[in-house]
Design a protein around this ligand. Structure first.
Ligand code: CMC
Length: 436
């Protein structure tokens, strides 16, 4: 139909091509037919950092970045954060629908059956230096899980996929808690399956000599809400990494380790740790204007601000800000919240940030809550990764069932030397001083 195509006119050859519009996109392979002569390879699209490229079709998460909307499987994030538990949301992401009461009960039971880790995995964790970054421990231990479950390699078997899904969702809080205890030189606390997902995690983190840690329900709920908010976020850097690695049919443990590695970067999930460092550096409200000038002069970034997709307030940041007030009724008020609120006020009033549509993102306020709950900044990105495992697994499953998907393999525009001959070593000049 004429209204579902557009025409590309190639001025080099005078030829015109009708190109189909597919769900608001042009298929990059359709460009290949545009050639100057039969020997020509054909036209490719060039899009470093995927600024305007859809890499897949997905039914999991919807974001409207201009209007600040986030939905999982059609449900607004605000409603899920208010009415559901994290494991309910994990089920929704994986199975496409919210569970019934009996389905949820069975799901919670099944996940609980997989919370224990092999003693040899614990020994691997023991080998890390006491000050090893918790994300480094998490990434390596997730990858090491692959060696404990060789059956996971059979990724095309739905039963195998389901088992690895339960293993990963069950074990990631245990690994995270062991990483935390290891860094403090404390004995590990084994999972307690009488407790809920978040309460069990808190017990493994903080139980000392008491037989069971009774988690404060406000704090347990706050952590559960934070888990819901971080569970998925469509094709971000970590998820794209997961899909790339999984597209080669690597097992889910190494694919998820790779995604967690991407997440650890300061421009991605590592930003929550950087926000706290930044707030420490600013120190007092009086220092904010000077800090903002420093950022505007290009001498650093306002961490926890800006997003590739959101050009409006990140809806997760709004929920986190509210949750912070709940948490502070139980813990001491974190004085950094006042600095953060003032920083946000000044930034949102400043032309530099307004013009670039830079708003607080999920990482701006989350660290302030985590710190009030007693976490050290090195643990913040681990807290992001725990729930994101559910989203990664949903994306993994979707990828493997998508007939459009193949091994991920981008093209490049080669800009290096043309063919040249090797010269004897005594005649070479070597690289220029600045080459890496
Ligand atoms: N502070 C100051 N300026 C910024 C910031 C910031 N946080 N973010 C973007 N800009 C400026 C940037 O300098 C550029 O200005 P100009 O047009 O003059 O060159 C413009 O805004 C566009 O920035 P960009 O780097 O091209 O945007 P991007 O989409 O590639 O980057 C981002 C997105 C999230 C990496 C970036 O906004 C950033 O570095 N933010 C700080 C780190 C952060 O908070 N990351 C967490 C993201 S949300 C959670 C997650 O993904 O895990």
């Amino acid at each position: 139909m004429a209204d579902e195509t557009f025409t590309i006119h190639d001025h080099r050859t005078g030829k015109s091509y009708d190109t189909r519009i597919f769900k608001g996109t042009v298929r990059a392979m359709d460009l290949r037919q545009i050639k100057t002569d039969p020997e020509d390879f054909g036209t490719m699209s060039y899009d470093p950092a995927f600024m305007n490229t859809a890499s897949c079709q997905s039914a999991i998460t919807f974001i409207d970045g201009d209007r600040g909307i986030l939905r999982y499987r059609g449900y607004p994030i605000e409603q899920l954060a208010e009415h559901c538990s994290f494991l309910e949301v994990a089920y929704l992401l994986l199975y496409g629908e919210l569970p019934t009461e009996s389905q949820l009960k069975e799901w919670v039971r099944e996940v609980a059956l997989h919370t224990m880790i092999h003693e040899n995995l614990k020994k691997i964790m023991d080998g890390f230096h006491h000050d090893a970054h918790r994300m480094g421990i998490l990434v390596s231990t997730l990858a090491a899980l692959s060696t404990f479950y060789p059956d996971a390699k059979n990724v095309l078997d739905p039963q195998v996929r389901r088992l690895q899904t339960l293993r990963l969702i069950g074990k990631v809080p245990t690994i995270a808690a062991f990483a935390y205890r290891h860094s403090l030189g404390l004995p590990y606390v084994y999972p307690d399956n009488d407790l809920g997902y978040t309460e069990n995690f808190m017990n493994m983190l903080w139980r000392m000599s008491e037989p069971k840690l009774v988690a404060n329900p406000v704090l347990a709920r706050a952590l559960d809400v934070l888990f819901i908010l971080h569970a998925d976020h469509e094709q971000n850097c970590g998820t794209n990494t997961l899909r790339t690695v999984a597209s080669a049919h690597a097992d889910p443990f190494v694919a998820i380790a790779a995604a967690a590695a991407a997440l650890s970067g300061p421009l991605h999930g590592g930003a929550n740790e950087e926000v706290l460092k930044m707030l420490d550096e600013i120190g007092t409200k009086e220092n904010i204007p000077a800090f903002i000038e420093h950022v505007k002069a290009g001498k650093g970034r306002l961490m926890g601000f800006g997003h590739r997709v959101y050009k409006n307030y990140d809806p997760r940041a709004r929920i986190i800000k509210r949750t912070a007030e709940e948490v502070f009724k139980v813990t001491q008020r974190n004085p950094k919240l006042d600095i953060a609120i003032e920083l946000e006020r000044i930034a949102l009033d400043d032309e530099y940030f307004v013009k670039r549509k830079l708003y607080p993102n999920v990482d701006f306020y989350s660290g302030i809550i985590y710190q009030a709950m007693g976490f050290k900044p090195e643990m913040f990105t681990v807290l992001f990764a725990i729930p994101r495992v559910a989203g990664w697994l949903a994306q993994w499953q979707e990828l493997l069932l998508d007939p459009d998907q193949k091994i991920s393999r981008p093209r490049q525009i080669y800009i290096g030397h043309d063919k040249r001959d090797v010269i004897p070593i005594d005649k070479r000049t070597g690289p220029k001083a600045t080459s890496a």
